[in-house]
Design a protein around this ligand. Sequence first.
Ligand SMILES: [Zn+2]
Ligand SMILES: [Zn+2]
Length: 241
Amino acid sequence: MHGLFKKIIDIILPPRCLICGKVINSDNSLCGECFSNIKFITNPYCCKCGTPLSCKIDDEKMLCVSCLNPKIKKLFRMSRSAVVYDDFSKKLVLDFKFLNHLENKKLLVNWLIMAGRDIFDEGVDLIVPVPLHFSRILQRRYNQSAILAKEVAFRKNIKVSFDALSRIRKTAPQVMCAGKERKKNVKGAFKVNDIEAIKGKRIVIIDDVYTTGSTLKECAKVLLKAGAKSVDTLTVAKVCK
Ligand SMILES: [Zn+2]
Ligand SMILES: [Zn+2]
């Protein structure tokens, strides 16, 4: 009966590509053309920050120029993103974030789990989403990062905390700020509410996009200050220049 019901639903409401809307065979997926436009971040990439690299030396784990520089302070143990943030991946992410396209969740979570392999292999005790200020939750009704974090935590059987970290200051959307302003915009915006939940934990922060990393760095700062053992970042997409 379940199979028949699904067939009827598929005739009335056939599955559509999450980007272009073309009718496809499976739910929560992309058509062949849109899938081929997505740039997945695959090897070679920097084993620390996950930035795509242009060449690969045998099977060696490689670092990018910035991770090789001892003068640059590294807040994250590791960072990983599934895809390059461009016009194709942008639609999936923004529809999910602002337009209630929650059906994109399954695909985005699959990508997060795939991209986070190195992080999960290294060991994670707690997943934390980037928190939204309560006024934004009232406006948008949900926090896209929390939805992703909840699902990743469930599928990887890892603890998740939605309230250990909170946003105490309303900030302008980061897209409105350029370069250095982004850093200033989020400075002092986060607070650890539950030090016991954070202390000694290997934490992975989940968000949709890694742009300059200002927001994630500010979150990492307060988590490390509260005694986190390490902080990783896992995002669906990354802005690559
Ligand atoms: Zn398509
Ligand atoms: Zn790097």
